[in-house]
Design a protein around this ligand. Structure first.
Ligand SMILES: *Cc1c(COP(=O)(O)O)cnc(C)c1O
Length: 455
């Protein structure tokens, strides 16, 4: 059959409240043109993030009832640990309440002022946590990964040549290298197994450990199965295991590829780093067998890690963003090509060429998508990037994107057809749309809480 169906049935539903354009105009103004401040009940399709927004399965809900809430060494911890080890094969598992907690703990232990952390692209919380220690977060994605219109199978790859040059000069300042799979900040693009393997070989010469930012490991693995020579007939679990086999550890947000609403972990082999990290965990997160999660969270993640590597699910998952992308391309709308795994990224520079970077074309597009159709997306551009020059003026981000991130197992094809109609409508009305200016901004991660005003 040509029609690819959602490989699940719906047992319980959430109502969507329909709103009018006039109502949304008011809501947007009240939110100071920052879509993070719009009440979710006033959003029709919420594509703000795929983080923690998954629909859990009946098996996960059943596991939740079995959550063992004992303080120490609960049964749920062992289920969780076993599930994480099956995926990663790392020796030591450290549970955290979400991905950024894993980052903060690990970086507090291994980084110091003046250090450098190379990555294909740091995700925003990863960058912020690296910089919070006084270290530099350096993005080394391949040149192909910076060209939104270019179709290339592994646009998330790290640039081996650039990494080699960096290592020759600065290896003493690099306590670890990271690779983000899939590359969220660079368009949800996958990293090939060959690239991970070559990175590991190169780092090996300098004794520098490789950590995967593994939030979307299953989507990355399925891209490898679809696109990398020699992996067509491997199982997703085999590919996943091979990816982790080249790394010394990983940080993970279970809010992504574990179908959980909260949770995360660090997994690694190094005993010394494990000890130090666990001590810090006890100080700020919790005992080493729950680390800021409840027993039921641990159970939901353990089941989620089994479900996420199912091929029928991954096939439907990757096809979803691709399907919406095809419709937008047919209508002349530029997107990051090819479509990402968890999200579609609209090129806001191409959408609004008349809005300069310092008036945030991506944020303007977010506002219009909400106004016209109640769709909430997320700017990934100069507004999120938030870097300034010496005069305090914004520095342009490499790309001005709007990310439409798709909650796992939440929306059906009709929702995506509606989304396409809204985006095309906004595109047809693109002329004369104005940019924005910031009226309040915090020191870190400004996109979450800044206030803006229409120009
Ligand atoms: C979401 C995410 C994180 C942070 O995880 P949280 O659970 O949101 O704290 C880190 N890296 C990447 C690539 C992510 O997508």
């Amino acid at each position: 059959m040509k029609t690819l169906i959602e490989p699940f049935r719906i047992k319980s539903i959430e109502h969507i409240k329909m709103t009018t354009r006039d109502e949304r105009e008011k809501f947007l103004k009240e939110a100071n043109y920052n879509v993070f401040k719009i009440r979710s009940e006033n959003v029709i399709l919420d594509f703000l993030t795929d983080s923690g927004t998954s629909a859990m399965s009946s098996d996960q809900w059943a596991a939740i009832m079995k959550g063992d809430e004992s303080y120490a060494c609960a049964k749920s911890w062992y289920n969780f640990e076993k599930a994480v080890k099956k995926i990663t094969n790392f020796k030591n598992i450290i549970p955290t309440h979400q991905g950024r907690a894993a980052e903060r703990l690990l970086f507090s232990v291994v980084l110091k002022e003046g250090d450098i952390v190379p990555n294909n692209n740091h995700f925003d919380t990863t960058r912020a946590n690296v910089e919070f220690t006084g270290a530099e977060a350096l993005d080394l994605v391949i040149e192909e990964g910076k060209k939104p219109e270019l179709d290339y199978p592994f646009k998330g790859n790290i640039d081996i040549k650039k990494l080699e040059n960096l290592l020759e000069k600065e290896s003493g300042k690099i306590p670890l290298c990271m690779i983000t799979i899939t590359n969220n900040a660079g368009g949800g693009q996958p990293v090939s197994l060959q690239n991970i393997r070559e990175t590991k070989q190169l780092l090996g010469k300098y004794n520098i450990p490789l950590f995967l930012d593994a939030c979307r490991f299953a989507e990355n693995a399925y891209f490898i199965k679809k696109r990398e020579n020699g992996y067509e007939s491997k199982s997703v679990l085999e590919i996943v295991n091979e990816m982790f086999s080249y790394a010394d550890g990983c940080t993970m947000s279970a809010k992504k590829d574990a179908f959980a609403n909260i949770g995360g972990f660090i997994a690694l082999n190094d005993e010394e780093v494990t000890k130090k990290t666990r001590n810090l965990l006890i100080l700020t997160e919790g005992f080493p067998t729950y680390g800021g999660m409840t027993g039921r969270d641990l159970e939901a993640i353990a089941v989620g890690l089994e479900e996420i590597i199912q091929e029928d699910y991954l096939n439907y998952r990757l096809r979803t963003a691709e399907y919406l992308g095809e419709i937008l391309l047919e209508n002349g709308i530029s997107i990051v090509r090819p479509a990402g795994g968890h999200a579609l990224y609209i090129d806001a520079n191409a959408f609004y060429p008349h809005i300069p970077y310092y008036e945030f074309p991506g944020q303007a597009l977010c506002c219009e998508l909400y106004l016209e159709g109640g769709i909430r997306g997320c700017e990934i551009g100069t507004f999120m990037f938030g870097k300034k020059n010496e005069d305090g003026k914004d520095i342009a981000a490499a790309m001005e994107l709007v990310r439409l991130a798709f909650p796992r197992r939440v929306y059906t094809q009709t929702h995506f057809d509606y989304a396409a109609e809204v985006i095309i409508d906004v595109y047809n009305k693109r002329e004369g749309v104005k940019g924005l200016k910031i009226t309040y901004e915090p020191e870190y991660l400004r996109h979450f809480t800044s206030d803006l005003e229409r120009l």
